[in-house]
Design a protein around this ligand. Structure first.
Ligand code: MGD
Ligand code: MGD
Ligand code: MO
Length: 767
């Protein structure tokens, strides 16, 4: 009997060998260099490693497939503008091992599903197209032509194009993403969910409504010049290490850093720049001037407390708010103020879990400075009230006039290296009408104006068999989405699941009736086409579009590019009913850029501008105080406090990343900055919460969440006592995605609330 989709979707409940240490007091420095080099020598050949380290994030080099943090416009370090985790990402992609037909003939899908995510990832790069026929136990080779035909046949057999779902993960380049969404729209649907739905969607919603652009407003230069930088709900030492260099520069210029986080993340506390030998010896820079140990989801309450005190001071003494800015550029001030007055300061502060002394430190910094930047990531966006989190911070910036001027503004720090660009060029299930009109004008077909499925809607549609084909452009859908068990059934209900991937992951093992794996080139590899090695483009977190060009030989001759995959599938599916000459694009990607230049705002002369060594900035209204909102002004908003309440035995859990993972790709089993070695199945708990539950260090527990009457369980985790506020706990994603309810998501944005999962913890012995 083969295993159920639910069994295959879960991470195996096997322990490694947990060791804990007191977390280090300093981040990066020599240990980071050592770990990075260790990773490279283990998984890459030496020649490739050298090429990579010299070209990573250099002008005219290639863009690190790690995070979306921008590169400095001017000077770049000669030893490569990289970080430990960028190098790990590269070592993962440029592995010297490959897997193909032989590997899959040897290992059944069921067997592979029993491997840990770490083992699955380390098996090597995918080297040829593979097909899992109906009822088969093993993947077998298939030619590219037959693979394209199979996709086309399945798509054309659907009653309605809306029965197909086309997911994207944020590594896809602008060229591939543009063609992909064009194909999907010509095929006839807007079902374009993407990883952004689970990531910064709440930022996009909140910022579009309040400031008229769903992206951040600051540049790196602004960060250097800010008087105060608030880093809230973000762990840069692990997830955006190069950001620490920018924060260090800001501090050198006299800026102050406020870190707001339930965990004393070490990079927020202290940082040693690996490219500064003197600092390595003298011991690094103290990062946060104020550290705010906030309770999980206490952010709206904390910011409200700040707003209340600022308003009081303004009413008493004046001079606190930028009244000229408010009068000229904003809308909704009176409504905002009258709502704010209905809240009580003490209640808000209590709800945030922050002491008055720490509050006062933050308050004084905000009061006395007017160039404020707020940086945030998943700690704010993955809650039911995620949109309120961000809107409330925008209120703060608007009061201080801290937007659209040097050294001030919004900085949502993006995840995947091109997640922002993918959205810019049209990967969007609810794209604006103006964009659809441009597509129609250019290509002569009418794109569907109906909003498509976001990630959550797509899972439901597949579960209910309203969608029957799942296509993934990158990513690892089953491990990334909430409610793993439900999602497993959703995928299993499909007639066909297809993944364009560089490496094997769990989504290849939890399949529809038939499945395809289409292996593609990675960012670092040369993309040979008729017109030569292709250049592609990406957009970073600050709206700069730059070029990226592979430098290594492809790890297998059978690999093709994402662009070629899209062209092949579009040609096979749409045949002679298409209005687009699909096969021309793959010969020369400059042709794709010519089209982007015509259709997407800000890309005029794309091919020429892309030749500029540091790339070019896209237009950004908020940066220049042109707010393209419904009122034509920056909008104040009214936000409620969150409403959840814990019962006595309940905890609120955030699912976070360890230092040794990139989303669902597990580089290793350590989380060095939190003192964790050799284990991922752990739960960080406040030591008092352990005492009230009679739990000891490393005790084995089971976790349970109950939401709208549905119980979800995850078994076998080891308790680790940690400096985390009472009633809060943390586990790693994706091991606990089984506990995240599908219906618990951010209002307006539908981002799964994977940072506020209410759970109970039971000792293994008592079960
Ligand atoms: N090496 C590496 N780099 C990555 C990634 C990776 O997995 N590995 N992932 C990439 C992607 S796609 C993304 S989106 C980013 C993610 O980057 P982050 O958002 O930094 O990643 P998380 O681990 O989810 O961390 C969330 C942080 O928010 C805090 N937090 C959780 N809940 C709350 C809350 O309620 N309030 C506040 N104030 N803080 C809270 C947590 O303690 C943690 O420090 O990183 C990108 N870069
Ligand atoms: N509980 C919980 N769930 C979460 C989160 C959380 O914090 N907590 N975070 C959410 C966030 S922020 C995000 S962004 C999502 C991430 O969701 P995804 O983007 O779907 O997941 P990844 O793990 O980044 O995808 C990794 C896979 O992408 C493929 N890949 C890598 N590079 C390439 C490439 O260049 N091309 C192609 N075609 N494939 C490639 C590889 O096969 C690899 O296995 O997860 C979300 N899920
Ligand atoms: Mo993300």
């Amino acid at each position: 009997m083969s295993s159920s989709p639910q069994d295959k979707a879960k991470t195996p409940e096997i322990f490694s060998n947990l060791k804990t240490k007191i977390p280090p007091k300093n981040s990066v420095g020599i240990p980071a260099i050592k770990v990075a080099l260790g990773q490279v020598s283990k998984y890459m050949n030496a020649g490739d490693a050298l090429k990579i380290s010299l070209k990573l994030n250099q002008k005219g080099g290639f863009d690190c497939p790690g995070c979306a943090w921008p590169d400095p416009d001017d000077e770049r370090s000669s030893i490569g503008e990289y970080c430990e985790n960028g190098i790990k990402a590269m070592a993962e992609e440029a592995q010297n091992k490959t897997i193909g037909a032989e590997f899959f003939a040897k290992h059944a899908v069921d067997e592979l599903a029993r491997w840990s995510d770490f083992e699955i990832g380390k098996s090597g790069r995918l080297s040829e197209p593979l097909f899992l026929p109906k009822g088969a136990t093993h993947y077998q080779p298939i030619s590219w032509d037959n693979a394209f035909k199979k996709v086309g046949t399945h798509l054309n057999a659907l009653d309605n194009p809306d029965e197909a779902v086309f997911y994207t993960s944020g590594r896809t380049t602008n060229e591939a993403a543009f063609l992909y969404q064009l194909f999907v729209r010509e095929f006839g649907t807007s079902n374009l969910p993407d990883c952004s739905n689970m990531c910064h969607e709440a930022s996009g919603s909140a910022l579009t409504e309040t400031l008229g652009i769903g992206k951040g407003s600051v540049t790196l230069d602004d960060l250097y010049k800010a008087e105060v930088v608030m880093v809230i709900g973000q762990n840069p030492a692990t997830n955006h290490p190069r950001m620490l260099t920018a924060l260090e520069k800001c501090k050198k210029n006299g800026g102050k850093i406020i870190a707001i986080n339930p965990l004393p993340e070490v990079g927020l506390v202290k940082f040693t720049n690996p490219q500064n030998p003197l600092k390595i010896i003298t011991g690094g820079t103290k990062m946060a001037d104020v550290f705010v140990p906030i309770t999980i989801n206490g952010d709206v309450a904390f910011v409200k407390a700040l707003l209340i005190k600022l308003l009081e001071k303004e009413a008493r003494d004046g001079g606190v708010f930028d009244t000229d800015f408010i009068a000229e550029f904003t809308h909704g001030y009176e409504g905002f103020v009258s709502d704010l007055k209905t809240y009580n300061f003490d209640d808000c502060l209590k709800l945030s879990g922050v002491s008055k002394a720490v509050f006062d430190d933050v308050f004084n910094l905000i009061l006395n400075n007017n160039k404020i930047i707020i940086c945030w990531a998943m700690g704010l966006t993955q809650h039911q009230n995620a949109v309120d989190n961000i809107r409330e911070l925008v209120n703060l910036l608007l009061l201080k006039g801290s937007i659209g001027k040097e050294g001030a503004g919004t900085c949502p720090v993006r995840g995947h290296s091109n997640v922002q660009g993918d959205r810019t060029v049209g990967i969007w299930e609810s794209a604006p009408q103006a964009f659809l009109d441009k597509i129609e004008a250019k290509y002569g077909f009418k794109p569907s104006v109906k909003h498509g499925y976001s990630v959550i809607d797509a899972i439901k549609a597949m579960y209910e068999k309203k969608a029957q084909v799942f296509f993934g452009m990158g990513g690892n859908f089953i491990s990334a989405v909430p409610d793993t068990q439900y999602a497993a059934q959703a995928l299993a209900n499909c007639k066909l699941t297809v993944h364009v991937s560089t490496k094997m992951n769990r989504s290849h093992l939890v399949t529809g009736k038939e499945a395809l794996i289409l292996p593609c080139l990675g960012r670092a590899e040369k993309d040979y086409q008729k017109s030569g090695v292709q250049v592609q483009s990406v957009e970073n977190s600050m709206g700069i579009v730059s070029s990226t060009k592979g430098i290594l030989e492809p790890c297998s001759d059978a690999l093709i590019s994402e662009v070629a995959v899209v062209c092949g599938i579009a040609h096979a599916t749409l045949q002679n009913r298409t209005k687009v000459n699909w096969l021309q694009y793959k010969d020369d990607y400059a042709l794709v850029r010519n089209d982007i230049a015509e259709v997407v705002e800000g890309f005029t002369d794309f091919n020429t501008k892309l030749k500029q060594p540091s790339g070019f900035y896209l237009p950004n209204g908020a940066r220049v105080r042109q707010f393209k909102t419904d009122t034509g002004k920056a909008n104040f908003s009214v936000n409620k406090l969150p409403e959840w309440k814990l019962k006595d035995d309940e905890l609120i859990m955030m699912t976070i990343r360890s230092h040794d993972q990139f989303n669902t790709t597990i580089y290793g089993l350590n989380d060095r900055y939190r003192g964790i070695y050799n284990e991922r199945r752990i739960i960080f708990m406040n030591r008092e919460d352990m005492v009230t539950r009679g739990l000891k260090e490393q005790q084995v527990v089971h976790l349970k969440s109950e939401f709208n009457g549905v119980v979800r369980e995850a078994h076998h985790f080891k308790v680790v006592g940690y400096e985390i506020p009472k009633n809060c706990c943390a586990t790693y994603f994706p091991e606990t995605n089984v506990l995240v309810p599908l219906d618990s998501f951010a209002h307006t944005a539908k981002t799964p609330a994977s940072k506020s999962v209410i759970i109970t913890v039971t000792a293994h012995e008592s079960v």
